[in-house]
Ligand binder design. Sequence first.
Ligand code: SF4
Length: 449
Amino acid sequence: MTPIKITLIMPGVGCKPGEPYVRGWKMQPLSLAVLAALTPSDVDLRFVDDRVEPIPYDTPTDAVAISVETYTARRAYQIAESFRARGVPVILGGYHPTLVPDEASGFADAIVIGEAETVWGRVIEDCRRNQLGNVYRSDARPALDGLQPRREIFQNKPYLPLTLIETGRGCRFACDFCSVSCFFRQTYRARPVTDIVAEIEACGNQTVFFTDDNIVADFDRARRLFQAIRPLGINWLSQGSVNMADDLAMLKLMRQSGCRGILVGFESLSDETLVRMGKGWNQTMRDYSEAVSRIRDSGIAVYATFVFGYDTDTPDAIDRAVEFAIGQKFFMAAFNHLVPFPGTPVYSRLEREGRLRFDRWWLQPEYRFGDVAFKPRHMTAEQLAQRCYKARRDFYRFGSVMTRAMDLRANCADVRAAISYLWINLFSGREARKRQGLPLGEGLEGKAA
Ligand code: SF4
């Protein structure tokens, strides 16, 4: 077989002039370790992370494969153009090319649509024969058995000290703003529990982030997973839907298995807004305060996320959410404005209604992280952006941090938890300020690591 060199690239979002890359965004890019594992062992594989090191444009390679998300699309296309100008073929894959394939095709020799598992082998073989196709489409939902990411590609890179592991993929819900739901077309697949145990044991890290969009997507399977990882003695974090609070025995098992904190998308305190976003099941079936108490009583800290800008949202909705978040003593909280990601139902609706402020906001040089890309109904785009930014600042103010520290069930259950709580909260407030106004696709060449 012809020996070939392939370079995998993780692009960055961007940097403010003279500032280093946002530290909280420096997580190991698990999807590229999975792609590395799918690559035949005779391929000379190199992995470059734009967020922590320079791109070696002039180092010989037979092809470049870039993982693209909407926020990194502008930068990914710049990198692609630089390689193509040198005659190196470029393959783009990931969420963004899957959701807007026509756009991505304009910047690549080939694109991968969908999950790479079933087509990556063919891409490599076509590269060897110098006959790369234009589009590799995977409509299949491959079984996730036997998946063991090649984490050695992360060696010597300055990532956050967390090991990322996926226990399942996708989500069966259909929130209208969610690109996960569109990418996986409302499907969910779980990995075998024995594979996950083996992966945790092999990684040798006591702190794990399960990247699942919903770790409790299937309660029976979640219980089996928690039971199996309980003896490993790890501390773990993940994301999950609020209906986990309906099962107290599962919450107890979750904590016993090492769960320290969980991100829950509450999204809104208004039933009407939740119904509009396709997440009516979130609250109409349960009381949020009761659900939060149950989770915290189990010793699990809550990272709550909210989204604003739906047609039923007024500025008061944001103030009420901040008050609620402090009152509920959330460990952390995110107050996001609605982001119309391409390919989602909310994007199509706003486009149809003529309410998008930019033609493809993710490619516009004037667009900044934190800008609102559409025209809200009850306030201006600028007011919505400012109110969300203010909400973050209010939530991470010293007084709020101290009020929330009074939660001795989860946030500050012991000295170690209290130290993490204080450090993460002070750090998160600073990070929120650093991200606001950041230009997409700029400031990355020659940045400080
Ligand atoms: S529950 Fe979460 S992952 Fe599932 S569709 Fe809604 S926002 Fe997306």
